[in-house]
Design a protein around this ligand. Sequence first.
Ligand code: MRU
Length: 330
Amino acid sequence: MTAVRALWYTPGVLHVIDQRALPGRRRVRHLRTPEAVARAIRTLTVRGAPCIGVAGAYGMALASRTRGRTRAASARLLLATRPTAHDLSVGVEVVRRAWVAGEETETAAEQYCARVVEECRQIGEAGARLFAHTPRVLTHCNAGALATVQWGTALAPLRVAHDRGASLFVWVDETRPLLQGSRLTAWELAEEGIPHAVIVDNAAGHFMRTGAVDAVIVGADRIARNGDVANKIGTYEKAVVARENGIPFYVAAPWSTFDPKRANGSTIPIEERDPEEVRGRVGPAHMPSSSAARNPAFDVTPARYVTAFITPAGVVPPRRLAAWLRTHLP
Ligand code: MRU
């Protein structure tokens, strides 16, 4: 069970845990304007695809409270922050439509948030049985409560399995350059007493090849109709190495992450972030100042490497995904 909640709303204010400060400090930011929400998303104060979708929904609700804001400009401001996560456009659009219809936008955002939380709870239920007999699980980045408001996607089935007595052990990829694994996933697991160890990203292949990993589970930022998955940079490598070693590779996501209009992953926009994140802004420099750096934040894993998707409605292999989405997508 998780007590962590990444954000909450009181009239006119979106309160978010500042994820840049974890695990050292638990600091809360109070966002009162769509500009403040956009800045929080861009700087990864709030992060993780489902969570930024919810933040985007509240950003639109805050915009609607202020005279002079237009729907189109507010949506553009929020959508320009991070291009890869499909959830952001879903959250913004839900509240934009409520605004157009003259409905209560804060209620629309609250309902959207509740829907995401409930879907993540369902993912936990749907996926828990997969981990009853696969005790050693590797995960990449942070797809926990911090990334989804509550529960998580990749971490939800692990939470439920742990609550039900499964003896789990989680390998946590550190996740360079911003360390969402070691800072955030390890923090969430430690809070709940789930045994784990942090490894450098380059060690994942070693542990998979030497038989120390029974399954891999990750979240996603966008999943195309054919099952191609955009997720944190490095996910593709983990999927390929898992396949090479006969290890199941699961992707857990709420409905807002699925992009059924996109046939495959080749056109998913990949966010490229500031190279300074690679250079290392604090402590000793990571590299000569004259060297260039590149910083793609996500990569695309072809569907053929995915064993199954864990969705709110159950577990589905990639070959059945398109039909599954036609039946279940809200
Ligand atoms: O750059 P981030 O930290 O927002 O990246 C997050 C991820 O890649 C997560 O794995 C993804 O959003 C799924 S979160 C349930």
